[in-house]
Every structure is written in C-alpha cells, then in structure tokens.
Design a protein around this ligand. Structure first.
Ligand SMILES: CC(C)(COP(=O)(O)OP(=O)(O)OC[C@H]1O[C@@H](n2cnc3c(N)ncnc32)[C@H](O)[C@@H]1O)[C@@H](O)C(=O)NCCC(=O)NCCS
Ligand SMILES: Nc1ncnc2c1ncn2[C@@H]1O[C@H](COP(=O)(O)OP(=O)(O)OP(=O)(O)O)[C@@H](O)[C@H]1O
Length: 195
C-alpha cells in the first residue's frame, strides 16, 4: 500500500513522516527527491536553465532561492517547473517503491492533492495547523520573510479543499498528541492492508 502524506508549507508533514519512520515504515520524501534531481539530472538542469535562465544554477548547484523567487511570482513558470520535475520524481518513486519490503510505504509530497499524486495512493493523510503556527515555525526554521512564505501558501490549496479528498487528518499542534495520532493511524492502516 502507498499512503500519501501531505500538508501546507510549515504544517509539520516532514516531522510527521519522521514519526512513521521511527515505526520502521519506509518514507519517501518527494521534496527531497525533487531537490536531488534538480542537482543531479543533466536533462532537468538543461530544461530549468531554458525556463529560468543561467542564474538558476551557480556552477553545478541549483540556486533554489533564485528559482523560488521566480516561480512563486509567476504561475506559468511554476507550472512549467512542476512539469519538468514531477514526472522525474514519479519515476524515481516507482524505482524506490519496488525495493521496499513493508506492509505500506509513506509518500510525502507538498502538493499531493494539487498535482494529482493522491490518485495513485491507496490512502491519503492531511497534516494541518493554523496559519499563525505555520508562520511562526517557518520563520524560526528558515528565517523566511512573511512575504516569501505567503507567496508559497498562495500557490497551495486551502486545508478546507484538501480535507475533502483526505482519508485522515492529523492536526499538528501538540507534538505528543501528534505522535499518539500517528500510532493510531499506523494501526488503522495495517488493519486496512489485511482486508
Ligand atoms: C522552487 C524550489 C527550487 C524551491 O526550493 P526550496 O529548497 O526553497 O523549497 P523546498 O523544495 O524544500 O519546498 C519547501 C516548501 O515549498 C512549497 N513548494 C515547493 N514546491 C512547490 C510547488 N511546486 N507548488 C507549491 N508549493 C511548493 C512546499 O510547501 C514545500 O514543502 C523547489 O521547491 C522546487 O523545485 N519546486 C518545484 C517542484 C516541486 O513541486 N517540488 C515539490 C514536490 S516534488
Ligand atoms: N507540533 C509542532 N510544534 C512545534 N514545532 C513544530 C511542530 N511540528 C513541526 N514543528 C517544527 O516546525 C518546523 C516545520 O516543520 P516541518 O519541517 O515538519 O514542516 P513541513 O510541513 O514539512 O515544512 P515544509 O512545507 O517547509 O517542507 C520544523 O522546524 C519543525 O521542527
């Protein structure tokens, strides 16, 4: 089984994914795969430079801050970047999935619903938190400005919209309650797998 795990920027989805990992569930993080492919795939590099310009890379390394400053301002460019990265990530995930030996795996992706990836998952979990909490966490973690964070939030669906497609929700406020909820969902997912 593939269990999709998503949540808006700063909701805590990677933290939640870590709790599943502690239970020995294999976790694939699409954001990380996207970043790795941006760095290592010559084909992607060529397409990203054609889209954003030479400034997209500094030597061999992608200049993610610059890429982000362009794509989160221009919707067409974000869509074009998604079209470059998402098929490569989907292929990479399939290769990874074949190597796992577990009742289920977690596929963590920031825009699981927006990009349609949820359709390939057997179950989908939404991690949620309120906007004030998200802003506070991200400012502490990344030293991002409110404007930078809001530019990304504006490109993502609201929790209300995502909730309609999710099978389960984890409200991530108090971390010890979040951990208990992960324990509970782990048992539910294992039971579903047996039916
Ligand atoms: C624009 C890029 C270079 C910025 O890199 P950066 O290190 O600053 O951010 P990172 O990848 O860690 O993402 C952080 C958060 O930004 C938001 N975000 C990232 N990509 C997107 C997107 N395409 N649409 C909406 N929000 C996004 C998510 O909430 C994500 O969790 C990078 O996010 C990217 O290549 N995005 C496009 C491909 C993509 O969709 N990746 C995510 C899943 S594969
Ligand atoms: N319940 C919580 N209480 C306090 N801090 C939290 C909580 N959940 C997550 N955090 C912290 O908030 C920050 C964002 O969490 P995390 O990286 O898991 O979110 P994310 O949704 O994966 O973010 P992004 O969308 O940027 O990838 C991290 O520094 C994390 O340690």
């Amino acid at each position: 089984m593939v269990v999709g795990l998503t949540g808006g920027i700063g909701s805590g989805k990677t933290t939640v994914a870590g709790f599943f990992k502690e239970k020995d569930v294999p976790v694939y993080i699409a954001d990380d795969a996207g970043k790795r492919l941006l760095e290592t795939s010559a084909e992607i590099r060529e397409k990203v430079i054609a889209l954003i310009g030479e400034e997209a890379y500094t030597g061999k390394s992608p200049n993610r801050k610059h890429i982000a400053s362009v794509v989160f301002k221009e919707s067409e460019k974000l869509e074009a970047l998604n079209k470059i990265i998402h098929p490569a990530v989907a292929k990479d995930f399939e290769n990874w999935q074949h190597k796992q030996n577990s009742a289920y795996v977690i596929y963590e992706a920031a825009i699981l619903f927006e990009a349609g990836g949820y359709k390939k998952c057997d179950l989908n979990i939404l991690v949620s938190a309120n906007k004030e909490e998200k802003l506070k966490r991200l400012q502490a973690r990344d030293q991002s400005t409110i404007e930078e964070i809001e530019a990304r939030m504006n490109k993502q669906w609201s929790d209300e919209r995502k909730r309609k497609l999710a099978d389960f929700e984890i409200e991530n406020h108090d971390l010890s309650l979040t951990r208990t909820r992960v324990d509970e969902l782990h048992d539910i997912i294992l039971k579903r797998g047996k039916n």
